[in-house]
Design a protein. Structure first.
Length: 411
Protein backbone atom coordinates (compact mmCIF):
# COMPACT_ATOMS: atom_id res chain seq x y z
CA UNK A 1 0.00 0.00 0.00
CA UNK A 2 1.27 3.43 -0.93
CA UNK A 3 -0.40 6.17 1.07
CA UNK A 4 0.43 9.82 0.60
CA UNK A 5 -0.21 11.72 3.80
CA UNK A 6 -0.12 15.28 4.93
CA UNK A 7 3.15 15.51 6.81
CA UNK A 8 2.50 14.68 10.46
CA UNK A 9 1.91 17.56 12.82
CA UNK A 10 2.61 19.99 10.04
CA UNK A 11 -0.01 22.70 10.32
CA UNK A 12 1.61 25.79 8.84
CA UNK A 13 1.64 28.63 11.35
CA UNK A 14 3.68 31.79 11.19
CA UNK A 15 6.25 31.49 13.99
CA UNK A 16 5.35 33.37 17.15
CA UNK A 17 7.91 36.05 18.00
CA UNK A 18 10.24 34.97 20.78
CA UNK A 19 13.57 35.88 22.30
CA UNK A 20 15.41 33.69 19.79
CA UNK A 21 14.89 34.26 16.05
CA UNK A 22 13.35 31.38 14.08
CA UNK A 23 15.95 28.77 13.20
CA UNK A 24 16.21 26.56 10.15
CA UNK A 25 13.84 24.07 11.78
CA UNK A 26 11.15 26.73 12.13
CA UNK A 27 11.64 27.73 8.51
CA UNK A 28 11.32 24.08 7.44
CA UNK A 29 8.05 23.82 9.41
CA UNK A 30 6.61 26.46 7.11
CA UNK A 31 7.45 24.28 4.12
CA UNK A 32 5.84 21.09 5.33
CA UNK A 33 2.51 21.85 3.67
CA UNK A 34 4.16 21.02 0.34
CA UNK A 35 3.73 24.50 -1.15
CA UNK A 36 6.90 25.75 -2.90
CA UNK A 37 8.09 29.17 -1.74
CA UNK A 38 10.74 31.68 -2.76
CA UNK A 39 13.27 33.39 -0.52
CA UNK A 40 11.08 36.49 -0.63
CA UNK A 41 8.07 34.47 0.55
CA UNK A 42 10.05 33.14 3.51
CA UNK A 43 11.40 36.58 4.39
CA UNK A 44 7.83 37.88 4.51
CA UNK A 45 6.59 34.93 6.60
CA UNK A 46 9.44 34.92 9.14
CA UNK A 47 10.42 38.58 9.30
CA UNK A 48 14.08 37.54 9.10
CA UNK A 49 16.77 39.39 7.20
CA UNK A 50 17.49 38.30 3.63
CA UNK A 51 20.97 37.07 4.55
CA UNK A 52 19.58 35.04 7.47
CA UNK A 53 16.93 33.36 5.32
CA UNK A 54 19.54 32.62 2.65
CA UNK A 55 21.74 30.94 5.26
CA UNK A 56 18.86 28.88 6.61
CA UNK A 57 17.93 27.74 3.10
CA UNK A 58 21.51 26.79 2.27
CA UNK A 59 21.70 24.63 5.40
CA UNK A 60 18.44 22.87 4.58
CA UNK A 61 19.51 22.35 0.95
CA UNK A 62 22.81 20.85 2.09
CA UNK A 63 20.93 18.43 4.36
CA UNK A 64 18.58 17.52 1.51
CA UNK A 65 15.50 18.62 3.43
CA UNK A 66 14.73 21.33 0.88
CA UNK A 67 15.08 21.08 -2.89
CA UNK A 68 14.66 23.54 -5.77
CA UNK A 69 11.15 23.41 -7.23
CA UNK A 70 11.09 25.50 -10.38
CA UNK A 71 10.96 29.25 -10.67
CA UNK A 72 8.40 31.85 -9.75
CA UNK A 73 7.13 34.46 -12.18
CA UNK A 74 9.64 37.23 -12.74
CA UNK A 75 8.77 40.80 -11.83
CA UNK A 76 11.82 42.05 -13.67
CA UNK A 77 15.19 40.40 -13.97
CA UNK A 78 16.01 36.82 -13.17
CA UNK A 79 13.00 34.68 -12.07
CA UNK A 80 13.32 33.76 -8.35
CA UNK A 81 13.87 30.10 -7.46
CA UNK A 82 11.18 28.33 -5.47
CA UNK A 83 12.02 25.73 -2.84
CA UNK A 84 9.98 22.78 -1.53
CA UNK A 85 10.23 20.19 1.21
CA UNK A 86 11.97 17.00 0.08
CA UNK A 87 10.18 14.04 1.72
CA UNK A 88 12.72 11.56 0.35
CA UNK A 89 15.65 13.21 2.15
CA UNK A 90 15.44 10.57 4.87
CA UNK A 91 13.50 7.37 5.52
CA UNK A 92 11.66 5.95 8.52
CA UNK A 93 11.33 2.30 9.53
CA UNK A 94 7.91 1.57 11.00
CA UNK A 95 6.83 -1.67 12.68
CA UNK A 96 3.47 -2.89 13.94
CA UNK A 97 3.50 -6.07 16.03
CA UNK A 98 0.37 -7.99 16.92
CA UNK A 99 -0.05 -11.17 18.89
CA UNK A 100 0.48 -13.35 15.82
CA UNK A 101 2.01 -11.09 13.18
CA UNK A 102 4.63 -8.48 12.41
CA UNK A 103 4.42 -5.79 9.74
CA UNK A 104 7.42 -3.62 8.88
CA UNK A 105 7.41 -0.76 6.40
CA UNK A 106 9.87 1.75 5.06
CA UNK A 107 8.36 5.21 4.54
CA UNK A 108 9.45 8.67 3.50
CA UNK A 109 9.05 11.79 5.65
CA UNK A 110 5.33 12.06 4.87
CA UNK A 111 4.75 8.51 6.14
CA UNK A 112 4.15 7.28 2.59
CA UNK A 113 4.87 3.55 2.48
CA UNK A 114 7.64 2.72 0.01
CA UNK A 115 8.16 -0.97 0.80
CA UNK A 116 6.87 -3.43 3.38
CA UNK A 117 7.13 -6.98 4.68
CA UNK A 118 4.62 -9.02 6.71
CA UNK A 119 5.29 -12.23 8.62
CA UNK A 120 3.52 -14.64 10.96
CA UNK A 121 5.20 -14.13 14.33
CA UNK A 122 4.37 -15.16 17.88
CA UNK A 123 4.85 -12.24 20.25
CA UNK A 124 5.24 -14.81 23.05
CA UNK A 125 8.58 -15.89 21.53
CA UNK A 126 10.05 -12.91 23.33
CA UNK A 127 11.64 -9.58 22.44
CA UNK A 128 14.97 -10.68 20.99
CA UNK A 129 13.46 -13.17 18.53
CA UNK A 130 10.81 -10.67 17.42
CA UNK A 131 13.09 -7.66 17.15
CA UNK A 132 15.81 -9.64 15.36
CA UNK A 133 13.26 -10.19 12.60
CA UNK A 134 12.72 -6.42 12.43
CA UNK A 135 16.44 -5.66 12.14
CA UNK A 136 16.84 -8.23 9.37
CA UNK A 137 13.80 -6.95 7.50
CA UNK A 138 15.09 -3.37 7.79
CA UNK A 139 18.12 -4.25 5.67
CA UNK A 140 15.94 -6.10 3.16
CA UNK A 141 13.60 -3.12 2.77
CA UNK A 142 16.50 -0.68 2.43
CA UNK A 143 17.96 -2.83 -0.34
CA UNK A 144 14.60 -2.79 -2.15
CA UNK A 145 14.59 1.02 -2.34
CA UNK A 146 18.34 1.40 -2.92
CA UNK A 147 19.15 3.13 0.38
CA UNK A 148 21.28 2.35 3.46
CA UNK A 149 20.96 2.52 7.25
CA UNK A 150 22.56 5.96 7.12
CA UNK A 151 19.35 7.20 5.48
CA UNK A 152 17.18 6.28 8.48
CA UNK A 153 15.78 9.30 10.30
CA UNK A 154 14.22 7.10 12.95
CA UNK A 155 12.31 3.96 13.84
CA UNK A 156 8.75 3.72 15.17
CA UNK A 157 7.50 0.52 16.82
CA UNK A 158 4.01 -0.44 18.00
CA UNK A 159 3.53 -3.26 20.54
CA UNK A 160 0.30 -5.00 21.65
CA UNK A 161 0.60 -4.08 25.31
CA UNK A 162 1.21 -1.22 27.74
CA UNK A 163 4.37 0.76 26.94
CA UNK A 164 6.22 3.45 28.88
CA UNK A 165 6.65 5.77 25.91
CA UNK A 166 9.49 7.85 27.39
CA UNK A 167 11.76 4.83 27.87
CA UNK A 168 10.46 2.53 25.15
CA UNK A 169 9.89 -0.31 27.64
CA UNK A 170 6.80 -2.54 27.86
CA UNK A 171 5.16 -2.49 31.31
CA UNK A 172 3.71 -5.80 32.53
CA UNK A 173 2.11 -6.71 29.18
CA UNK A 174 -0.37 -9.55 29.88
CA UNK A 175 0.10 -11.39 26.56
CA UNK A 176 3.83 -10.75 26.01
CA UNK A 177 5.89 -13.07 28.24
CA UNK A 178 9.52 -11.95 28.57
CA UNK A 179 8.85 -8.40 27.41
CA UNK A 180 8.25 -6.66 30.74
CA UNK A 181 10.84 -3.91 31.18
CA UNK A 182 12.81 -4.94 28.08
CA UNK A 183 14.67 -1.94 26.61
CA UNK A 184 13.13 -2.18 23.13
CA UNK A 185 14.23 1.27 21.99
CA UNK A 186 17.82 0.79 23.16
CA UNK A 187 18.11 -2.74 21.73
CA UNK A 188 16.88 -1.76 18.25
CA UNK A 189 18.69 1.60 18.28
CA UNK A 190 22.05 -0.02 19.00
CA UNK A 191 21.65 -2.33 16.01
CA UNK A 192 20.23 0.10 13.45
CA UNK A 193 22.01 3.27 14.55
CA UNK A 194 18.88 5.42 14.52
CA UNK A 195 16.58 6.96 17.16
CA UNK A 196 13.77 4.58 18.18
CA UNK A 197 10.33 5.40 19.58
CA UNK A 198 7.98 2.76 20.99
CA UNK A 199 4.29 2.98 21.84
CA UNK A 200 1.18 0.91 22.34
CA UNK A 201 -0.16 -0.35 19.01
CA UNK A 202 -3.61 1.20 19.44
CA UNK A 203 -2.14 4.64 20.11
CA UNK A 204 -0.31 4.37 16.82
CA UNK A 205 -3.39 3.13 14.99
CA UNK A 206 -5.21 6.22 16.23
CA UNK A 207 -2.34 8.39 15.04
CA UNK A 208 -2.27 6.68 11.64
CA UNK A 209 -6.02 6.85 11.08
CA UNK A 210 -6.10 10.49 12.14
CA UNK A 211 -3.21 11.42 9.81
CA UNK A 212 -4.74 9.70 6.79
CA UNK A 213 -8.48 10.13 7.12
CA UNK A 214 -9.18 12.86 9.68
CA UNK A 215 -6.22 15.30 9.84
CA UNK A 216 -8.49 18.26 10.64
CA UNK A 217 -10.62 16.49 13.26
CA UNK A 218 -9.88 17.78 16.76
CA UNK A 219 -11.20 14.86 18.82
CA UNK A 220 -11.18 11.21 17.74
CA UNK A 221 -11.25 7.82 19.47
CA UNK A 222 -9.86 4.76 17.67
CA UNK A 223 -10.99 1.39 19.07
CA UNK A 224 -9.10 -1.77 18.17
CA UNK A 225 -11.20 -4.92 18.47
CA UNK A 226 -9.20 -8.08 17.93
CA UNK A 227 -7.64 -10.63 20.30
CA UNK A 228 -7.94 -7.85 22.87
CA UNK A 229 -9.69 -4.48 23.03
CA UNK A 230 -8.04 -1.08 23.39
CA UNK A 231 -8.45 2.54 22.39
CA UNK A 232 -6.27 5.39 21.19
CA UNK A 233 -7.39 8.93 21.93
CA UNK A 234 -6.74 12.01 19.80
CA UNK A 235 -7.56 15.18 21.74
CA UNK A 236 -6.94 18.63 20.31
CA UNK A 237 -5.40 16.88 17.26
CA UNK A 238 -2.72 15.35 19.49
CA UNK A 239 -2.30 11.82 20.78
CA UNK A 240 -3.31 11.65 24.45
CA UNK A 241 -1.26 9.07 26.37
CA UNK A 242 -2.14 10.04 29.94
CA UNK A 243 0.13 10.42 32.96
CA UNK A 244 1.68 6.94 32.74
CA UNK A 245 0.84 6.13 29.13
CA UNK A 246 -2.19 3.97 29.94
CA UNK A 247 -4.94 6.24 28.59
CA UNK A 248 -7.41 4.35 26.42
CA UNK A 249 -7.16 0.97 28.19
CA UNK A 250 -10.79 0.36 27.27
CA UNK A 251 -10.65 -3.41 27.45
CA UNK A 252 -10.13 -3.37 31.20
CA UNK A 253 -13.08 -1.17 32.09
CA UNK A 254 -15.70 -3.19 33.97
CA UNK A 255 -18.64 -4.06 31.74
CA UNK A 256 -22.26 -4.10 32.99
CA UNK A 257 -22.55 -7.66 31.61
CA UNK A 258 -19.09 -8.69 32.76
CA UNK A 259 -20.16 -10.42 35.96
CA UNK A 260 -17.58 -12.91 37.20
CA UNK A 261 -15.82 -13.38 33.83
CA UNK A 262 -12.10 -13.64 34.58
CA UNK A 263 -9.91 -11.36 32.48
CA UNK A 264 -6.28 -11.94 31.55
CA UNK A 265 -5.38 -8.90 33.65
CA UNK A 266 -6.53 -10.75 36.79
CA UNK A 267 -9.70 -8.74 37.37
CA UNK A 268 -13.28 -9.85 36.83
CA UNK A 269 -15.90 -8.43 34.53
CA UNK A 270 -13.61 -6.54 32.13
CA UNK A 271 -14.98 -5.67 28.69
CA UNK A 272 -12.17 -7.69 27.11
CA UNK A 273 -13.24 -10.77 29.07
CA UNK A 274 -16.64 -10.87 27.32
CA UNK A 275 -16.35 -8.95 24.03
CA UNK A 276 -12.88 -9.59 22.57
CA UNK A 277 -12.23 -12.10 19.80
CA UNK A 278 -10.61 -14.39 22.36
CA UNK A 279 -13.70 -14.28 24.61
CA UNK A 280 -16.10 -14.85 21.70
CA UNK A 281 -14.06 -17.77 20.35
CA UNK A 282 -14.15 -19.51 23.72
CA UNK A 283 -17.86 -18.79 24.12
CA UNK A 284 -18.54 -20.44 20.77
CA UNK A 285 -16.20 -23.37 21.43
CA UNK A 286 -14.45 -23.82 24.81
CA UNK A 287 -11.81 -25.91 23.04
CA UNK A 288 -10.52 -22.69 21.46
CA UNK A 289 -9.12 -21.47 24.80
CA UNK A 290 -5.47 -20.55 24.36
CA UNK A 291 -5.70 -20.03 20.58
CA UNK A 292 -3.64 -16.99 19.58
CA UNK A 293 -5.53 -16.46 16.32
CA UNK A 294 -8.93 -15.95 17.95
CA UNK A 295 -10.03 -13.31 15.43
CA UNK A 296 -9.49 -15.73 12.57
CA UNK A 297 -11.52 -18.40 14.37
CA UNK A 298 -14.48 -16.07 14.92
CA UNK A 299 -14.40 -14.64 11.39
CA UNK A 300 -14.40 -18.14 9.89
CA UNK A 301 -17.50 -19.00 11.93
CA UNK A 302 -19.16 -15.81 10.70
CA UNK A 303 -18.25 -16.54 7.08
CA UNK A 304 -19.87 -19.96 7.36
CA UNK A 305 -23.14 -18.35 8.49
CA UNK A 306 -22.95 -19.66 12.06
CA UNK A 307 -25.96 -18.12 13.85
CA UNK A 308 -24.33 -18.37 17.26
CA UNK A 309 -21.34 -16.42 15.97
CA UNK A 310 -23.59 -13.74 14.45
CA UNK A 311 -25.47 -13.36 17.74
CA UNK A 312 -22.24 -13.28 19.78
CA UNK A 313 -20.73 -10.57 17.56
CA UNK A 314 -23.84 -8.38 17.78
CA UNK A 315 -23.88 -8.82 21.56
CA UNK A 316 -20.19 -7.92 21.76
CA UNK A 317 -20.92 -4.78 19.76
CA UNK A 318 -23.57 -3.76 22.29
CA UNK A 319 -21.18 -4.45 25.19
CA UNK A 320 -18.50 -2.29 23.57
CA UNK A 321 -21.12 0.37 22.84
CA UNK A 322 -22.04 0.50 26.55
CA UNK A 323 -18.49 1.47 27.47
CA UNK A 324 -18.08 3.81 24.52
CA UNK A 325 -21.27 5.64 25.48
CA UNK A 326 -19.50 6.65 28.68
CA UNK A 327 -16.48 7.74 26.63
CA UNK A 328 -18.74 9.89 24.47
CA UNK A 329 -20.04 11.66 27.58
CA UNK A 330 -16.54 12.06 29.02
CA UNK A 331 -14.50 12.93 25.91
CA UNK A 332 -17.11 14.21 23.44
CA UNK A 333 -15.27 13.01 20.29
CA UNK A 334 -16.63 13.86 16.87
CA UNK A 335 -15.41 10.57 15.36
CA UNK A 336 -15.20 7.04 16.79
CA UNK A 337 -13.32 4.65 14.51
CA UNK A 338 -13.56 0.88 14.89
CA UNK A 339 -10.53 -1.07 13.66
CA UNK A 340 -8.68 -4.29 14.28
CA UNK A 341 -9.12 -7.74 12.76
CA UNK A 342 -12.52 -8.46 14.28
CA UNK A 343 -14.06 -5.06 13.54
CA UNK A 344 -12.81 -5.17 9.96
CA UNK A 345 -14.52 -8.47 9.19
CA UNK A 346 -17.77 -8.15 11.13
CA UNK A 347 -20.13 -5.33 10.02
CA UNK A 348 -22.71 -6.43 12.61
CA UNK A 349 -20.23 -5.49 15.33
CA UNK A 350 -20.34 -1.87 14.15
CA UNK A 351 -24.14 -2.02 14.09
CA UNK A 352 -24.23 -3.16 17.72
CA UNK A 353 -21.85 -0.41 18.83
CA UNK A 354 -23.85 2.28 17.04
CA UNK A 355 -27.14 1.01 18.42
CA UNK A 356 -26.11 1.48 22.04
CA UNK A 357 -24.06 4.67 21.67
CA UNK A 358 -26.88 6.60 20.02
CA UNK A 359 -29.46 5.20 22.43
CA UNK A 360 -27.55 5.94 25.65
CA UNK A 361 -25.62 9.15 24.90
CA UNK A 362 -27.07 12.64 25.11
CA UNK A 363 -28.18 14.23 21.80
CA UNK A 364 -25.76 17.13 22.35
CA UNK A 365 -22.83 14.68 22.30
CA UNK A 366 -24.07 12.58 19.38
CA UNK A 367 -25.47 15.31 17.13
CA UNK A 368 -22.24 15.55 15.13
CA UNK A 369 -20.79 12.14 16.10
CA UNK A 370 -19.72 9.64 13.44
CA UNK A 371 -19.12 5.98 14.36
CA UNK A 372 -17.29 4.48 11.39
CA UNK A 373 -15.03 1.60 10.31
CA UNK A 374 -11.30 2.31 9.91
CA UNK A 375 -10.16 3.50 6.49
CA UNK A 376 -6.49 2.61 6.99
CA UNK A 377 -7.25 -1.07 7.60
CA UNK A 378 -4.25 -3.22 8.37
CA UNK A 379 -1.84 -0.33 7.65
CA UNK A 380 -3.01 1.94 10.47
CA UNK A 381 -0.28 0.73 12.84
CA UNK A 382 2.71 1.21 10.54
CA UNK A 383 1.44 4.56 9.29
CA UNK A 384 1.04 5.69 12.89
CA UNK A 385 4.47 4.38 13.87
CA UNK A 386 6.03 6.22 10.94
CA UNK A 387 4.11 9.40 11.79
CA UNK A 388 5.40 9.26 15.36
CA UNK A 389 9.02 8.98 14.20
CA UNK A 390 8.59 11.66 11.52
CA UNK A 391 7.12 14.11 14.02
CA UNK A 392 10.15 13.76 16.27
CA UNK A 393 12.66 14.05 13.42
CA UNK A 394 11.04 17.19 11.99
CA UNK A 395 10.62 19.02 15.30
CA UNK A 396 12.31 22.44 14.81
CA UNK A 397 14.69 21.80 17.72
CA UNK A 398 15.69 18.43 16.22
CA UNK A 399 16.33 19.95 12.80
CA UNK A 400 18.35 22.80 14.32
CA UNK A 401 20.45 20.34 16.32
CA UNK A 402 21.07 18.20 13.24
CA UNK A 403 22.19 21.15 11.13
CA UNK A 404 24.49 22.32 13.92
CA UNK A 405 26.27 18.96 13.60
CA UNK A 406 27.71 18.78 10.06
CA UNK A 407 28.38 15.04 10.33
CA UNK A 408 24.76 14.27 11.31
CA UNK A 409 23.35 16.53 8.61
CA UNK A 410 25.39 14.93 5.85
CA UNK A 411 25.02 11.30 6.98
Amino acid sequence: MTQTLPAAGMEVVTPVPSAAPPGAGDLLSLMLDGEPRTRADLIELTGLARSTVAGRIEGLLAAGLLQPSGQSRSTGGRPPTRFAFNPRAKLVLAADFGVTHGRAALTDLTATVLAEEVADLDIADGPEATLTWLVQVADLLLQQVGRTRADLAGVGIGLPGPVEHQTGRPVKPPIMPGWDGFAVADWVGERLGAPVLVDNDVNLMALGEHSVAYPHVEHLVFVKIATGIGAGIISGRRLHRGAQGSAGDLGHVQSPRGGDALCGCGNYGCLEAIASARAIAVELDPAQAGRADASRVVLERLASGDRDAVAAIRRAGRDIGEILASCVSLLNPSVIVLGGALAGGAPSLLAGVREVIYARSLPLATGELSVVPAQTGEHAGVIGAATMAVQQFLEPQSVNAMLANPLAASS
